[in-house]
Structure formats: C-alpha cells, structure tokens
Ligand binder design. Structure first.
Ligand code: XMP
Length: 315
C-alpha cells in the first residue's frame, strides 16, 4: 500500500537538503505539477516561485481557478500574461506539430525570463514515471518533452528537481488527496491546450469559439453524469473545424463553422473507445452551442471513432 504521508515527509527532507538557493516551477494547474509545487513549497517555502503562464489558450475560467487553488495551497506564485506573445508566435501556423513547437519554444522563453528575474538555480518539474520510462515511441517522447518544458535545465544551467519521478498517476492522486490539492480528479488536458482543438490557424476568435464550445460540452456532460443519466467519460471536449457549411438565418442561407463533440472512455489515453453519450445530452450541447454562438457556429457533429484508428485529439 502506497503511503502518502511518509512519501511526502521523505521528499520534503530530500528537497530541503538539495536546494540551496531559489527554485521555480511551471504549474498549469494539472495534478503532477501542483503536487510537486506543494511538496517543494513545504520544503523551502517562498524560495520556490510557482509560475502559471496564461497563454490565452486555456479553458474558460481556468486561470482564475488555478490562481484560487495556488492561493489555497499558500504558494508563492506569479501569473504571467503571455497571451499576446503566444498568439503572435502561432500566427500563420496550421500544421499541428509546428503549433506544438511554437508553443514549446514560447514556454521556454517565458521561463528563461522568469528564472533569471527570480535568480533561480533550480527548476522543479512534476515528471512522473511514465514520462521518462522508455516507451519506444519518439512522438510521445517529443510530446512529453514539450509538455514538461524539456531542454530548459541544460540550456539555462538550472538543476532539475523531480520529486515525483518514481510515481505513477494513481499514486500522485493519492498524494493530492492527502495534501488537499483540489485538481486531483480533473480530466486530462493537453499541454498545447486549445491550440490543438482549433484545426487550422489559431486566432483569438477561433480560440474563443472552441473555449465556449468546450465549456458547454463539459458543463452538459458533467450535469448529465451527476444526474446519473450517463457515466462521466475519461475525456470530453469540443473541437473547431476549419469547415464552413450552409445554414439558415431567418430567410437567408448563411455559412457557419462546425464544432465536433468528442468524448472517450480510456484508462491511460493510449487506446480509447468513444463514449455513448445519450442523444438527449448531445442535443442539449448542440442547441446551446448553436444558440450561444449563432453568428459563428451552425453545425455540431459527434465523433464516434475509437482509438485506434483515430486519436483522442484531432491534431
Ligand atoms: P491522442 O490525441 O494522442 O491523445 O490520442 C492522448 C492523450 O494525450 C493528450 N495529448 C497531449 N498531451 N501534449 C500533452 O501534454 C500534447 O501535445 C498532447 N497531445 C495529446 C490528449 O489530450 C489525450 O489525453
């Protein structure tokens, strides 16, 4: 049986011993980075600066929610508004891997600046065992290295601190519960965030549409699961397609965008089955999206593809 209390005690002692000056950690509000931040905070207090980068690509209310959570945990944190620079970096890019690269690069530049300003010698990361155990899959390694802002320590001469390195997700969740970290049950969310849920070019307008659509899909699905109408899927969201189809507005035929609703059942994201969302729930999602965004979206479709052959995300 995994013992959260003794694990935390032991790691706090190790971290306290290792870190002599200041440290920074990038925290997106995800369970791994938040738990890592909480442990290091316990060890060195305000000598740890937790950085949340507002990329402009996060879900509705996410920045406020994460800030509230970091407050509750008593962390010394800073919210860096970098949305302008992320949107500029994404301008004109439609290729998914180019998007990931541009985003990874931006994260690195932001951290470089922040680490320098805080005079940090250490970089804390919420790396867990599946992130480094060889998967034999280069693509996945690339994903993780972007997500965990790989390359920073070597480039910047920062020493890496990874208190969760030997743990699996279920163990991190046990620690999260033990420490009262609220994010512990959240659905997975990709590092490049909503940028890979806007197919084609990422503009502020398109991100706003997909942000609202994701919110509506999440909201209706969570309400339905609470009522017992359906099981809560492992992951559930919306995607905006660069496809215009015809619709009616009063007497006029007008073109509007298409939103896909995606929901899957999975254990680890490696394979997945599409979720059987009841039609009444799908209809509510569709009506809300097309009502609340009538000028932009006129069609909602449901993705019924398993993984493989599809992936969970569309990019
Ligand atoms: P796919 O789309 O490959 O996704 O079936 C599997 C899981 O990984 C997430 N995902 C990512 N996570 N950086 C991440 O941190 C990425 O670039 C990325 N791409 C996909 C996806 O949301 C799903 O949970």
């Amino acid at each position: 049986m995994f013992e959260a209390e003794s694990f935390v005690r032991e790691q706090v002692a190790i971290v306290r011993e290792k870190i002599e000056g200041n440290a920074i950690i990038a925290c997106s509000g995800g369970v791994d980075s938040t738990v890592a931040a909480a442990i290091v905070n316990e060890a060195i207090g305000d000598r740890l600066l937790t950085i949340y980068v507002d990329t402009g690509l996060m879900r509705k209310g996410e920045t406020e929610e994460v800030a509230g959570m970091l407050d509750d945990l008593g962390l010394n944190y800073k919210i860096v508004d970098a949305s302008e620079e992320f949107f500029n970096a994404l301008e004109g890019i439609s290729d998914p891997e180019e998007k990931r690269k541009a985003i990874g690069e931006r994260f690195i530049r932001v951290f470089e600046r922040e680490a320098k300003a805080f005079d940090a010698d250490y970089l804390v990361q919420g790396t867990i065992a599946p992130d480094w155990i060889e998967s034999g899959d280069e693509f996945r390694d690339t994903i993780k290295s972007h997500h965990n802002v790989g390359g920073i320590p070597e480039e910047m001469g920062l020493e890496l601190i990874e208190p969760l390195r030997d743990l699996y997700k279920d163990e991190v969740r046990i620690i999260a519960r033990h420490l009262g970290v609220k994010v512990s049950e959240r659905q997975p969310f990709p590092g490049p965030a909503l940028a890979i849920r806007v197919l084609g070019e990422v503009t502020r307008e398109n991100v706003e549409i997909v942000r609202n659509a994701c919110y509506i899909a999440e909201d209706e699905i969570e309400m339905a699961a609470k009522k017992g109408i359906m099981e809560l899927p492992w992951q559930y969201f919306a995607v905006l397609l660069p496809v215009q189809s015809v619709g009616v507005h009063g007497d006029a035929r007008v073109y509007g965008k298409t939103v896909v609703v995606r929901a899957v059942k999975s254990i680890d994201g490696m394979s997945a089955a599409y979720s059987r969302i009841p039609h009444e729930v799908l209809e509510k999602i569709s009506v809300r999206i097309t009502n609340e965004m009538k000028r932009q979206v006129n069609r909602v479709v449901y993705d019924i593809t398993n993984k493989p052959p599809g992936t969970i995300e569309w990019e």
